[in-house]
Write a protein that binds this ligand. Structure first.
Ligand SMILES: O=C(CO)[C@H](O)[C@H](O)COP(=O)(O)O
Ligand SMILES: [Fe+2]
Length: 227
């Protein structure tokens, strides 16, 4: 059994020293770096885009896991690939041509992900499974960090796990992940956990390390018991 991949979301980092925060969170045990791109249109908040991602790319060689909460996404995929994103995830709700978006991401040489809002049924990925490297299931409504985990998504994790079968597709959870909620989704089949506020609380490397370890211990234990 492989251990849970922990992907801290820099949405909760101190943006005034973002590069340093990336280095600190990597030293503290982050596996991937989760980058929340928001456009003030698909979601009611605005964050950052390719220039900021490019500016922090040289701070680590960890996977840059790019969560695009933008519409349209297709015109910007090449810019995010050039900026150094390794996984590029688009929302199924953000455009009419999911199959085309996923093909475009793979054609750029990147891993292709799709994200589903809490109210979006998993059936939208049925005909694109062979184009997918990752499914990101939102456990909050996208747009902000620090929101409460929506428990109804746990059943969706189980259904997506069954749909995927033995395909090499990661199941990632995003929103309200804590040591209390991580075991619920890990037991249901998720293997990548995004956490922002629960990881960056405390503001020091020691607290980041303890926060990551608490989530990892809880989720790895649940994964092992479910195996
Ligand atoms: O995509 C996101 C919000 O749209 C973030 O990745 C997510 O909210 C992480 O923050 P937290 O762990 O604090 O819920
Ligand atoms: Fe995210």
């Amino acid at each position: 059994m492989s251990r849970t991949i922990i992907a801290p979301s820099v949405l909760s980092a101190d943006f005034s020293k973002l590069g340093d925060e990336v280095e600190t969170i990597v030293r503290a045990g982050a596996d991937w770096i989760h980058l929340d791109v928001m456009d003030g249109h698909f979601v009611p908040n605005i964050t950052f885009g390719p220039p900021v991602i490019k500016a922090i790319r040289n701070r680590t060689d960890k996977v840059f896991d790019c969560h695009l909460m933008i519409t349209p996404a297709d015109p910007y995929l090449a810019a995010f690939a050039d900026a150094g994103c390794d996984v590029i995830t688009v929302h199924a709700e953000a455009g009419p041509h999911l199959d085309r978006s996923l093909q475009a991401i793979r054609n750029l040489g990147k891993k292709a992900g799709v994200s589903l809002n809490p109210s979006t049924p998993e059936s939208v990925i049925e005909y694109v499974l062979d184009r997918l490297d990752l499914v990101l299931l939102m456990t909050v409504n996208p747009g902000f960090g620090g929101q409460a985990f929506i428990p109804s998504v746990v059943e969706k994790v189980k259904r997506v796990k069954a749909m995927i079968g033995d395909r090499p597709i990661d199941i990632e959870i995003d929103g309200g992940v804590t040591p209390e909620t991580a075991p619920l989704v890990a037991a249901a089949g998720a293997n990548v956990l995004v956490a922002g506020s629960a990881v960056f609380k405390g503001g020091s490397e020691a607290s980041y390390r303890a926060n990551i370890e608490a989530i990892r211990t809880a989720s790895d234990g649940a994964m092992k018991r479910a195996a």
